[in-house]
Design a protein around this ligand. Structure first.
Ligand SMILES: NC(=O)C1=CN([C@@H]2O[C@H](COP(=O)(O)OP(=O)(O)OC[C@H]3O[C@@H](n4cnc5c(N)ncnc54)[C@H](OP(=O)(O)O)[C@@H]3O)[C@@H](O)[C@H]2O)C=CC1
Ligand SMILES: O=C(CO)COP(=O)(O)O
Length: 336
């Protein structure tokens, strides 16, 4: 049986490891940083810190030792905060087998380099494109851990790899579609976190569904502009990795990014919101690397720009709203 190591024992690493265990096509080992989480998964089939009350598949085992998790793993799934990926890969690299396929569950862009997670993986581990893939889509971890139905996209430029991974994670409640558009799949996932921050701010300011729908739709338009400029197929962004994830994240009180924005919009200071946020809200940091990428390619991303202003340059939600609403009148365009 294929061995899969899932590196990162937070909400999504745990929930996705449980999907793999429920799918029953692989022997799955979850690797968290803390021994007490691994012990709780092994002994009580629970991750009390991230998914309290959820019963995990008893076949799912866990360890806090990366060497043990990675030993013999043919597939390595990674779910750590994006900005920590490179440092983690450097410590894990000696234990990752040369033929292993490495799969990113992460939805961020690296600060400083503006590289997507699959690019960081390929660079650090010197892997060919057939061995690097992503799983993305409307996948709020808590719902999937509760075995509520969901769909996803498994993307790899080498289609047989995408299809192989698709079969490993397909279960009664999790339906993955395959794709060869890695760029579109990854950028859809990363940019939607930035748009969810903006939607959260609007909700926190007391605005209703018109404002939300406007941000989601114009957010998708700027995502498409960036993704297409970087080589994505614009249809990918109309699918689960783009519109699907954007709608789920921007609508859900479970989203950490939306919640972060909502707290800021309701009048808390950035410092207060950061102090209250225990889990990873990727859009806060990735907004900067996404804007850098957009500027490098001459792409206009006004919502992302407003989010960067609020997250990093003391722009108030009221000022961000004014800047957005007073932009010059334009014809509506979706994409390029
Ligand atoms: N949660 C969700 O619904 C979804 C999340 N994602 C993406 O998955 C990725 C992981 O997010 P998620 O699981 O939600 O995050 P969480 O905040 O729930 O968990 C983060 C995990 O990473 C660990 N961690 C934190 N810092 C480091 C570090 N420096 N080195 C190694 N491990 C570290 C934490 O360990 P410890 O507990 O010891 O701090 C914890 O296990 C993100 O990119 C996110 O965008 C994608 C789809 C859905
Ligand atoms: O990516 C997600 C859903 O697909 C989770 O969103 P948050 O990281 O905002 O919680």
């Amino acid at each position: 049986m294929t061995k899969v190591a899932v590196m990162g024992g937070g909400s999504w690493g745990t929930a996705f490891a449980n999907v793999l265990a429920d799918a029953g096509q692989a022997r799955t080992v979850l690797c968290g940083r803390r021994a007490e989480i691994a012990a709780a998964v092994n002994e009580r089939h629970e991750n009390p810190d991230y998914l309290p009350g959820v019963k995990l598949n008893p076949e799912l085992s866990a360890t806090a030792d990366p060497a043990e998790a990675l030993d013999g793993a043919e597939v390595v799934v990674v779910a750590v905060p994006s900005q920590t990926l490179r440092a983690n890969l450097r410590t894990w690299a000696p234990h990752i087998g040369p033929g292993a396929v490495v799969v990113s569950l992460m939805k961020g862009v690296e600060l400083g380099t503006s590289l997507r997670m699959s690019e960081v993986i390929a660079e650090e581990l010197a892997l060919p494109e057939s061995q690097v893939a992503v799983v993305t889509g409307p996948n709020l971890a808590r719902e999937i851990a509760e075995r509520q139905p969901a769909t996803a996209v498994v993307a790899c430029p080498h289609e047989p790899t995408a299809v192989r991974l698709q079969h490993l994670c397909k279960s009664a409640y999790f339906r993955p579609y395959s794709s060869t558009d890695l760029v579109g799949a990854e950028l859809g996932g990363a940019v939607k976190n930035v748009i969810a921050l903006a939607v959260g701010v609007a909700v926190g300011m007391g605005f209703g569904d018109n404002a939300k729908a406007s941000l989601i739709t114009r957010g998708l338009a700027e995502t498409v502009r960036l993704a297409v400029a970087l080589g994505a197929d614009e249809h990918t962004l109309a699918g689960l990795a783009g519109m699907g994830d954007l709608v789920a994240t921007c609508s859900s009180p479970l989203s950490r990014n939306r919640t972060f924005g909502e707290r800021l919009g309701s009048g808390l200071t950035l410092e207060q919101v950061v102090a209250e946020t225990k889990q990873t809200a990727e859009g806060v940091k990735s907004s900067e690397s996404i804007l850098a990428l957009a500027r490098k390619h001459g792409i206009d991303m006004p919502i992302t720009e407003a989010v960067v202003g609020m997250m990093h340059h003391d722009l108030s939600p009221a000022e961000a709203l004014l800047a957005f609403m007073s932009r010059s009148a334009k014809p509506e365009r979706y994409g390029v």
